[in-house]
Design a protein around this ligand. Sequence first.
Ligand code: CTP
Length: 398
Amino acid sequence: MLSGKKIILGVTGSIAAYKAALLVRLFVKHGAEVRVVMTDAATHFVGELTFSNLSQQPVFRGLWDGEWTEHVHLGAWADLMVVAPASANTIAKMSQGICDNALTAVYLAAKCPVMVAPAMDADMSIHPAYLRNLRLLQEDGVKIVDSGIGFLASGLHGKGRLAEPEEILAAVADFLGGTEGQLSGRKVLISAGPTRERIDPVRFLTNPSTGTMGYAIAAEAVRLGAEVTLISGPCNPSVDPGVAPVYVESAAEMFEAMVERAGDQDVVIMSAAVADYTPKRSYDHKVKKQPGDLQLTMTRTRDILHQLGQQKPTGQLLVGFALETQDALANARGKLERKNLDFIVLNTLADAGAGFGTKTNKVTLLSRDGNEVAFPLKDKTEVARDLWEHLTQSLKTT
Ligand code: CTP
């Protein structure tokens, strides 16, 4: 993803500096050359040695250590400078052009684009002085990878949490790879999560789907510029889909929601784990227990994907998911053909770290034209990127 790219990572004094270590690993893993620049405050949280080892390069910290023009050389060398985590103090200095340490001097000398991922406590992140400085940086052309909402080191809950390393990586890859806007003008419909089939008002049948994969696919589509509709079963994954989900509960509700919207979509993706059966009778009162066994008669739900395959307009890409435990490839290809799909994403429970409730997934993408691409185990955010890379390619040729 970042092969041959040269990145300066600026690390400032924040507890989130430990995430910067993960970021260096991700950058290096994806083929980038990384030079780390730290402020003195950053070294209170993570040592210089950690970063020099991970980047396999000396860390630049003291303006007066070594060659005094090092900041100018670094600024000219890089394709991108990323400051993550960026403290309120460093953002203030950058916005004013103050260059009293190695990091801010490199920033002023940098000829390349600059990205900043802020991290600070909740109250600091809404202070007008900080917001003013951030605006100034944006006006100067600095790209901001916004902080998220969550638990903060102070014990408070609120805005200010550094974006996750995978999100920063994705923003960097987009920026350098120019993938932003690849889906602009395209409409994408995605289903995610489990369904619930009611037995009575207090009981239902469901499955362990957390919706993470579908939400990650939606988030990536939003970042690529698509107009995204996300139909979600009852779930609340940690991934921010970047769009308000339309919630449904049962397979029947999901059927209605998908079928009525699919007509004018460029891409339709069924990643939801839809129940294949529903109780034949759903009671409107709580079923009281009786002596002996209880027999529940189940009836088939309608196959949403099959219906979508029947009504698919020309040019639309229809994508299904398959979770297989036996004869995975043959079963997945059978589903692709039976349901008139363009792609099917196969995951098997046999792979450790893949499937329900995990942050990672290992998938094989099968296409209508007989192609098969097997990806290694990856974070679901990265799996979503891989899938979209193939889908956007295919959209270009349809
Ligand atoms: N699916 C659907 N509607 C259903 C059931 C499943 O649209 N009622 C979709 C899923 O979202 C997934 C794909 O079909 O994209 C594969 O689901 P799966 O349950 O594995 O396939 P089935 O065709 O039901 O086959 P089997 O139960 O034999 O595995």
